[in-house]
Design a protein around this ligand. Structure first.
Ligand SMILES: NC(=O)c1ccc[n+]([C@@H]2O[C@H](COP(=O)([O-])OP(=O)(O)OC[C@H]3O[C@@H](n4cnc5c(N)ncnc54)[C@H](O)[C@@H]3O)[C@@H](O)[C@H]2O)c1
Length: 250
């Protein structure tokens, strides 16, 4: 039996690219998203199957602990195991701090931060039993260097980065690694919040050393690396995949 990856928020954008990248690398896929995205999720499942891998739809809202445990159980039962967890599901809203509503604050933390915690917690007993696993959390360069108008979102991504570091410490010699990937500005439905018009696109191209906007497949490559044997000695780290918008250590 091949290796299995569970990807949250896999119906479109970065999650879809990650799922297809992992399928090309030989993984069978448990594909998660919310019920509303079921038809897009079916399309990704068909694409995974066209690559020659198995796929299983495991819809659940990552904010809901019961649903999350059900999702992980379904993935293990349906595909036999979970070798790789990619916590990718996320939401973004924009507002300056004086204008962020309590609901906006709670919503973005519930999906982006609590969701990562709940899914990770649900998968860990299985990975620990097998003494093997890879957890890859999709954070953001915004979690390292925030921008005006997205304080609540950036705070969730900083939370994911620190959660991942502590997770790696607690995993010790369990055989499980945990790392974060920090996308820059990527052209997806979410990315369009920052790339709404030609002027914004040109602004971000100019702010990027490689002078282009990122594509979902740019992120998939980094996730596939963290899912592969090539990254066996890397844990608790974060990798900026941003074309050079920010530079760690400088
Ligand atoms: N696009 C960017 O520029 C960018 C930059 C940095 C980080 N990211 C991060 O990358 C990840 C993917 O973003 P994207 O650009 O593909 O966004 P997207 O909006 O295209 O996709 C996000 C997916 O997550 C799903 N999702 C949302 N809430 C969910 C929930 N409660 N339970 C399960 N699934 C849920 C959505 O339905 C959607 O399919 C997110 O974590 C995002 O914060 C994106």
């Amino acid at each position: 039996m091949g290796k299995v990856a569970l990807v949250t928020g896999a119906s479109r954008g970065i999650g879809r690219s990650i799922a297809l990248g992992l399928a090309r690398d030989g993984f069978d896929l448990a594909l998660n998203d919310i019920d509303r995205q079921i038809s897009d999720l079916h399309e990704v499942a068909a694409e995974v199957q066209a690559i020659g891998r198995r796929s299983l739809l495991v819809t659940a809202d990552v904010r809901d602990k019961t649903a999350v445990h059900g999702m992980v159980g379904q993935a293990i039962e349906g595909l036999g195991q979970v070798d790789v967890l990619v916590n990718n599901a996320g939401i973004l809203t924009s507002a300056r701090i004086e204008d962020i509503t309590e609901a906006q604050w709670d919503d973005v933390f519930a999906v982006n931060a609590k969701g990562v915690f709940l899914v990770t917690q649900a998968v860990l007993p299985h990975m620990r039993r097998r003494r093997s696993g890879r957890i890859v959390n999709i954070a953001s360069i915004g979690g390292k260097r925030g921008g005006p108008g997205q304080a609540h979102y950036c705070a969730t991504k900083a939370a994911v980065l620190e959660f991942t570091r502590v997770l790696a410490m607690e995993l010790e010699d369990s055989g499980i690694t945990a790392n974060s990937v920090c996308p820059g500005i990527i052209m997806t439905e979410m990315g369009k919040v920052n790339l709404g018009d030609q002027a914004s696109i040109e602004k971000w191209e100019a702010a990027t050393a490689l002078r282009r906007i990122g594509q979902p497949d740019d992120i998939a490559g980094a996730v596939c690396f963290f899912a592969s044997d090539a990254s066996a000695f890397i844990t608790g780290q974060s990798l900026n995949v941003c074309g050079g918008v920010i530079f760690d250590g400088g």
